[in-house]
Design a protein around this ligand. Structure first.
Ligand code: ADP
Length: 553
């Protein structure tokens, strides 16, 4: 800007100077020409007078230094010339000024020398005798005049250039200074040129609009961050090239990064093939899903393209924790396989014995034993199916079962009474100790807990062993403990006996009618009551299971 203003001012200044110099020279030259012409006119009258009176004698002793005087006869022949020999000179009849003087009495003209360095002014007058007297003076031509003044012109020109450069520089800086000093943060506070006011007002309005839009954007951004940061699911927003625009806390944690990855390529955070393929599909405008394994478990990644006018303008990646889902899926598969396996054995036995009976291949005296076996296996199947139903009921949350204040001691007493014959049969003494302890719970499930623990304590006991069932109150809980003097559980199995169909000794458990689901039911039912289970067991000495129920209003 400064340079442009400087250049313009400078060119104008130099131009004006050159034009002035040219004009000055022309005017000056014109002036001197006119002066010369006037002098010639005055002189010619004097010369005409002299020649008319004195004839050729007039020229005797005439000293004309600046002038050339020529006397021309009527026919154009030169009678006298102050510079050249008249006889050597050509006829002057055709000369313009002579012609004009002969015709009108007076004539003027000018001619340049062959080198153009001189201009000759001619003035001619007809005398009464018909001859013509002519005067001429030589003047420097404009070219010579210009060359003659070249040195001062150059000096003045140089001075003019320096001066105009200096002034142009100052002026341009002065013009630009207020523009450079404009405070664009506060456009209306400036005292610059009036002409800038509309522009400054416009800038101010636009700045206000930008500020407003920025505030709205920040607000939306913080809203979005507040919403997404609280989410358990991971969310990543990407541009079509895979650059991270936003990443929430859950996703950052999963990828082991921080929020500073915004602006980086997603592949610099995770280079796995699954993610690369997923993003490739999303970039092509297709929805894609993949399951990826991280240290904390399995996650499902769903990438959806965001499109506008059929063009992908961004990608949203949603990350869901499917560890539990996968585990549940796995457990369900295992459970189904186990159930089919568990049911297959009694069914095969029943079907085998029934076939033998129906074919009449069993001796009369064995029929009772065979029927008994069928009855036992059917009973085992019924127990198994009942336990499975109970478990799936618990899996669904047992929402149809009502919670009510239940006295665990009364419930335990009922269980002990029910199991007494069984205990007697196996030679195990069972006793109930404690006191009335009321808690809020689902009676059927509480009974299942007590029943399964007591049943196990009897089943996995030894001859003449004992089972002690205690129900007591503690400050904030009701504690049930079932202690037996049985075979105990080896250390390595303690963790797993609560799993479905897990038995320490499979054949022994089956022999005594175990389904492998009793402790699973206990675990589930206890969890529904927010109860804690504690297991202590020493192989050969016995087992103690304690269940601590929180008291509820
Ligand atoms: P089951 O129907 O086989 O008894 P449970 O789920 O009730 O199934 O028990 C799982 C396994 O834990 C049993 O097979 C048994 O090996 C072991 N177990 C459970 N309770 C006791 C106990 N009181 N003493 C010794 N072992 C036990």
């Amino acid at each position: 800007m400064t340079k442009r203003i400087f250049r313009t001012i400078f060119i104008v200044a130099v131009g004006v100077f050159l034009a002035s110099a040219l004009l000055f020279m022309t005017v000056l030259y014109d002036y001197f020409s006119t002066v010369g012409q006037n002098q010639l006119r005055a002189q010619i009258d004097l010369a005409a007078q002299g020649v008319t009176n004195e004839g050729i004698e007039y020229f005797d002793g005439l000293e004309a230094h600046n002038y050339r005087i020529t006397w021309i006869g009527k026919d154009g022949s030169v009678l006298y010339d102050s510079v050249s020999n008249a006889n050597d000179m050509e006829n002057h009849f055709e000369r313009e000024e002579v012609k004009e003087a002969l015709a009108k009495g007076y004539g003027e003209s000018f001619r340049y020398s062959a080198t153009l360095t001189e201009r000759y002014l001619y003035s001619a007058k007809r005398l009464p005798d018909g001859t013509v007297i002519r005067l001429s003076i030589a003047q420097n031509s404009m070219l010579v005049l210009t060359f003659g003044m070249l040195q001062p012109i150059i000096i003045i020109f140089a001075m003019a250039i320096i001066l105009s450069a200096f002034l142009a520089s100052r002026l341009s800086k002065k013009i630009v200074k207020p523009l450079n000093e404009l405070n664009l943060d506060e456009p209306l506070e400036n005292d610059g040129y009036d002409e800038l006011s509309p522009l400054l007002r416009r800038i101010d309005t636009q700045q206000q609009q930008i500020r407003q839009q920025k505030e709205e954007l920040n607000h939306k951004q913080s809203e979005f961050e507040a919403v997404t940061s609280g989410m358990a699911e991971g969310i990543i927003l990407l541009n079509p090239k895979g650059t991270i625009l936003s990443i929430n806390r859950a996703a950052s944690k999963l990828f082991g990064t921080d929020s500073f990855v915004v602006g980086e390529d997603i592949l610099s955070v995770n280079r796995s093939l699954a993610l690369t393929e997923l993003l490739q599909k999303a970039e092509e405008g297709k929805h894609a899903e993949a399951v990826m394994t991280f240290d904390s478990g399995k996650y499902q990644l769903a990438a959806s393209p965001v499109t506008a006018n059929d063009e992908v303008i961004g990608i949203v990646v949603l990350i869901l924790d499917v560890t539990e889902k996968e585990k549940a899926e796995q457990m369900r598969r295992e459970f189904t396989a186990n159930v089919s396996h568990e049911l297959k054995t009694p069914l095969h036995t029943i079907s085998g014995y029934a076939e033998l009976l129906s074919n009449g291949m069993v001796k009369q005296e064995d029929i009772t034993a065979f029927s008994k076996r069928i009855y036992t296996e059917a009973g085992r199947m019924i127990c198994l199916v009942e336990d499975i139903i109970k478990l799936s009921h618990l899996d669904e949350g047992a929402e149809d079962m009502k919670q009510e204040n239940t006295d665990l001691f009364v419930l335990a007493d009922h269980v002990v009474t029910t199991l007494m014959p069984e205990a007697k049969k196996t030679g195990v003494a069972i006793e109930l100790h404690g006191e009335s302890a009321v808690l809020c719970g689902i009676p059927q499930l509480l009974e299942s807990i007590v029943y399964n623990l007591c049943d196990n304590a009897i089943k996995y006991n030894r001859k003449n062993g004992s089972v002690s069932v205690t129900v007591k109150n503690e400050e904030a809980s009701v504690v049930l403990s079932v202690v037996d003097t049985g075979i105990g559980i080896p250390e390595e199995h303690k963790e797993r006996i609560f799993e479905r169909f897990y038995r320490v000794d499979k054949s022994h458990s089956k022999e005594i009618g175990g389904t492998g689901l009793g402790l699973s039911i206990v675990k589930h039912a206890a969890r529904l009551h927010q109860a804690e289970i504690e297991l202590q067991s020493v192989v050969g000495k016995g087992t103690a299971v304690t269940v601590k129920f929180p008291k509820k209003s």
